[in-house]
Design a protein. Structure first.
Length: 107
């Protein structure tokens, strides 16, 4: 029988995590600008096939989780990332902050 996991004694570093998520997203947008021709075709309202494809996939969002692990000092499960990915920064930050805050409270 395993010991019950201890809840984190330290408060969740909300501002630091949110800032890191926004910086990570900005880096993803910069990368898209470098590889896309033109970026407008990759936007959700572009009326192209790319309109149904998330700007950032759930697979790519896992690299943001690795950055957050460096801040909080513990492993975060990949289940915090939304299946299907994210269309914009606000959706990404809102979803991730909710999941990360809840996970921290349990950790």
């Amino acid at each position: 029988m395993a010991l019950p996991s201890k809840k984190s004694a330290s408060p969740f570093p909300k501002e630091l995590v949110e800032s890191a998520l926004r910086e990570w997203w900005a880096g993803q947008e910069q990368d898209q600008k470098l590889i896309s021709d033109p970026i407008n075709e990759l936007q959700p309202n572009s009326e192209t096939v790319f309109a149904i494809v998330p700007l950032v996939s759930s697979h790519h969002a896992l690299s943001a989780v690795l950055e957050i692990e460096k801040i909080v000092g513990y492993e975060i499960p990949d289940s915090v990332v939304k299946r299907g990915g994210y269309q914009d920064c606000e959706e990404f930050v809102k979803h991730m902050m909710g999941k990360l805050t809840a996970y921290h409270a349990k950790h």
